[in-house]
Design a protein around this ligand. Structure first.
Ligand SMILES: C[S@@+](CC[C@H](N)C(=O)[O-])C[C@H]1O[C@@H](n2cnc3c(N)ncnc32)[C@H](O)[C@@H]1O
Length: 298
């Protein structure tokens, strides 16, 4: 897959919120298919420079293809965004005017069956964002204690039937290892049934929880935010797009505490979280749970 299927979420809000000016240094710490990045390069033309990171080497290839015309203004690296500060220092790419974090999963990753993210597509139970991650969803599902499974389903999936799902998995794996997305989806459906009026597949939240645990997503965001703030020039901005309520809470409280400190280092640009408008949600279902927060360094 050379061309990205990802549709950049809240593109206008992100670009105007980052307050970009020609010549700016900007970091896109989750470049994905490069949709936001391309708009950033346009807004900072002719001389603005972009450092683009993604943990997924396929995303680096895809965004590299997309941004080929801007080659001399772009540096791309495969890395966990928790390494942003180290890489920015190595590249002498600081202080920056703007930084974007667009969290979670891209459509390219979701649609690639071999990555194991999708319930509907048969594939190995992998769910790693990167070949640099050693844990897999398969290892979690087949080796973690039932109680730990229940805990991540509750905490990361906000799944009401967490205990029942964990129990079903523990019983099934005694008979044979659970190797594929379809096998896991079937075990969960058998365990929790199709209770209530599900608008989504009954295993959706279980898959989400496993993805978050595999990639240590919440640990990453907690670790990265302080370093990201430290990379900003005065007046520089960070925009964070989240797709999960707990992740939004982490971002919200981190920024709020800095903004309310006795000696604040940042100000909130938007007091209320920004959500996509109805036309965007209708045109791109993946945007429906998106939340955008923007801050400015003082
Ligand atoms: C929603 S997509 C970004 C889409 C991008 N803004 C665009 O316009 O195409 C999220 C990306 O973040 C990457 N990602 C997730 N966790 C990461 C991490 N800890 N470090 C670096 N990249 C990460 C994923 O691999 C994925 O490509």
């Amino acid at each position: 897959m050379d061309e990205s299927l990802q549709i950049p979420v809240m593109l206008e809000e992100v670009i105007s919120g980052l307050n970009l000016t020609p010549g700016a240094l900007v970091i896109d710490a989750t470049i994905g298919g490069g949709g936001h990045a391309e708009a950033i390069l346009t807004a900072t033309a002719p001389q603005g420079k972009l450092l683009g990171l993604d943990w997924d080497k396929d995303a680096i290839t895809r965004s590299g293809n997309r941004l080929a015309a801007y080659q001399d203004r772009v540096v791309l690296k495969q890395a966990n965004y928790t390494e942003t500060k180290t890489i920015a220092y190595e590249q002498r790419f600081y202080p920056v005017s703007a930084l974007l974090l667009d969290l979670g999963l891209s459509r390219d990753q979701l649609k690639d069956g071999a990555r194991g993210f999708a319930i509907q597509t048969e594939g190995p139970l992998d769910m790693r964002f990167s070949d640099q991650v050693s844990l897999t969803a398969k290892e979690i599902v087949n080796t973690w204690p039932e109680k730990s499974l229940e805990q991540i389903f509750t905490e990361f999936g906000e799944e009401r039937h967490a205990a029942r799902a964990a129990q079903a998995i523990a019983a099934a794996r005694k008979l044979a290892p659970i190797n594929t997305t379809r096998e896991l989806a079937d075990v969960v459906v058998r365990g929790v049934g199709r209770r209530g009026r599900y608008h989504i597949h009954p295993a959706t939240r279980i898959f989400q929880a496993l993805r978050i645990a595999t990639n240590r997503e919440f640990e990453n965001i907690k670790q990265a935010l302080p370093e990201m703030v430290s990379l900003l020039a005065p007046g520089g901005r960070i925009a964070v797009l989240t797709f999960h309520s707990l992740e939004d809470r982490i971002v919200k409280f981190f920024f709020r505490d800095l903004a309310r400190a006795e000696h604040p280092t940042i100000a909130l640009v938007n007091k209320k979280v920004i959500k996509p408008g109805r036309p965007e949600v209708l045109g791109n279902k993946a945007s429906r749970s998106a939340k955008l927060r923007i801050i400015e360094k003082l």
